[in-house]
Design a protein around this ligand. Structure first.
Ligand code: NA7
Length: 532
């Protein structure tokens, strides 16, 4: 063996895995395809990129000394500040020299005889390790949009999920943004301020809520730092790993009134009081499709209050249940459509036919452009690993296994793939919680598991297929009628990727309940896993 463990990726998960495994006495090699740390926060450097968790909670929670030294400047930090934080942590914890940058893992093959993995990189290096920790992230496999002629455009093509490192100056240019998920919605207001003309190419309308972001006030951070121990305890007791909600705080509050029991005037009064959030601050909206539709009608009213052109306002109303997709926060998204240089292009009415050298050909017209920005999303949760040629026992391909059924026991391990840990795999709560808190939990569980194997002389651990099936059946039971609604094309369901099995991948039962399940598995001698 060349090393005890290979850790793929150096975002929050990869860095923490490296730290914990090294602390546990393992030798670790980390491969990172970027030339810096940060993972999601390295690649997604598009204008306006920002997290929707409060800064003081979107950081590692297990370093009481270190956290006192780091100063956040905003309530919800932007990409650059998070990337700086992760670089600072990397250096403070002396992690950088274990990371091989600009090197992607291309394949990994399990050898049953030796219970080891042979990991191959795109630079031709081969490393044999007992364990592979896939800290590959949930949203790191970009989708190439299935649009004819993609490579033919002679202007600049940009992708939000691998945006140029030095930024891009849109000044004076005719720009199209394709996609109105988080990446589109966050970047559009910023690009609109620079571009000569901006065309927003919308397939489904977004349903964002205004961001409460602001600079932290003088002394505010000092006061928060003094409360860090309490904040951390509250985070770990919270089902979503965050105690100080921000953007969507009303979602966490218990609502008493049903929208379906309220008159139109009462609904409007809530809108007057809370703005966009008033559309969803009702008890029944997330559990009942009819109530959700009523909330969307109120949302249409909220849009009309902001967007001056009636046809644009109408086109911005979503046609799927609110909350089935990832909730988005925005900074001035709807207001942007009042600018003279911004044009909403409704693809439902007039779809894209192809990309042509001069721009985008739609069924009924040609958009002449200088720049196309693709904000078209990711093959979430399974994509990052399916794109690596991972071969488990008997040469079985993880890509093929997951193509049929994207499952992992506790989201952490897959039957047939011993000693491979999937830090935030399908079946983990990860993306429905504060990612950092979940990552810390998952990594600590994995580290303790490896410690147990070593202490008891085991060579391997592997999910039992029956336990994995039970877990895979259990996971979607927490998703309600809104999350799995037939009109929903969310990446949670894999519905944004043509041909992907439609299955609600993340565990929606909450982090605390999930942690209890993980503890129980351990208490019963790693029940549901086979140890050899
Ligand atoms: P999302 O949320 O998956 O959004 C991608 C958007 O791009 C969505 O509106 C898609 O429409 C649209 N899309 C995808 N392909 C096309 C084509 N071919 N033509 C037109 N429109 C298209 O990705 P984001 O990067 O914005 O956000 C991902 C997550 O990152 C987010 O949820 C946060 O957790 C952070 P569709 O819905 O597929 O019809």
């Amino acid at each position: 063996m060349d090393t005890d463990a290979v850790d793929i990726g150096s975002g929050f998960a990869g860095l923490y895995a490296l730290y914990k495994l090294r602390e546990a006495g393992l030798s670790v090699r980390v491969f990172e395809r970027g030339d810096g740390v940060g993972g999601t926060w390295y690649w997604n450097r598009y204008p306006g990129a920002r997290v929707d968790i409060q800064s003081v909670e979107y950081m590692f929670t297990k370093f009481p000394d270190l956290e006192q030294e780091w100063d956040w400047t905003e309530l919800m930090p932007a990409q650059a500040e998070i990337e700086r934080y992760l670089n600072w942590v990397t250096d403070r914890l002396e992690l950088r020299d274990r990371i091989t940058f600009r090197t992607a893992v291309r394949g990994a093959t399990y050898d049953d005889q030796t219970a080891t993995w042979r990991v191959e990189t795109d630079r031709g290096e081969q490393v044999v390790a007992r364990f592979v920790v896939a800290a590959t992230g949930c949203l790191s496999a970009p989708i190439e949009p299935a649009i004819a002629g993609l490579g033919r455009f002679t202007g600049d093509s940009l992708f939000t999920n691998r945006f140029p490192r030095d930024g891009y100056d849109f000044t004076g240019r005719r720009v199209a943004v394709i996609g109105t998920g988080s990446s589109g919605v966050q970047s559009i207001p910023v690009i609109a301020k620079q571009a000569a003309e901006l065309f927003v190419l919308q397939r489904p309308a977004a349903s964002p809520l205004p961001s409460p972001n602001r600079p932290l006030r003088p002394n505010e951070l000092d006061e928060l730092k003094a409360q860090y121990p309490d904040i951390r305890s509250a985070q770990w007791a919270s089902p979503v790993g965050t105690a100080r909600f921000g953007a969507v705080s009303f979602l966490g509050r218990r609502q008493l009134t049903n929208i379906l029991d309220a008159s139109w005037d009462e609904r409007i009064a809530k809108l007057d009081e809370l703005g966009f959030a008033g559309c969803f601050a009702w008890a029944d909206v997330f559990f009942d499709v009819e109530a959700n539709e009523a909330a969307t009608r109120l949302y249409a009213e909220a849009i009309k209050r902001v967007v001056e052109d009636p046809r644009t306002a109408e086109d911005l109303v979503p046609h799927y249940p609110f909350g089935c997709k990832r909730v988005i926060i925005d900074e001035g998204y709807f207001e942007t459509f009042n600018r003279d240089n911004v044009h909403l292009v409704n693809l439902r009415r007039n779809p894209i036919s192809s990309i042509v050298p001069s721009g985008i050909q739609r069924r009924d017209d040609l958009l002449a452009l200088d720049v196309i920005v693709y904000a078209t999303g990711f093959d979430a949760m399974t994509g990052p690993l399916s794109r690596i040629d991972i071969r488990g026992r008997g040469g079985v391909s993880l890509r093929e296994v997951w193509a049929e059924s994207p499952k992992a026991y506790l989201g952490l391990g897959v039957a047939g793939f011993p000693n491979l840990f999937t830090v935030t795999g399908p079946g983990s709560p990860s993306v429905l919680t504060n990612m950092v808190t979940s990552i810390e939990h998952h990594v600590e569980w994995i580290t303790a598991c490896i410690g147990h194997l070593r202490a008891h002389g085991h060579r391997s651990i592997e999910a039992d297929p029956a336990a994995q099936d039970d877990w895979a059946e259990h996971v979607p039971t927490f998703a309600g009628p809104i999350q799995v609604h037939p009109s929903c094309t969310s990446w949670y369901l894999g519905a944004n990727v043509p041909g992907k099995t439609r299955y609600y991948m993340p565990y929606a039962g909450g982090l605390t309940r999930y942690m209890a399940s993980c503890d129980e598995v351990v208490a019963h001698g790693y029940q549901g896993f086979v140890l050899t």
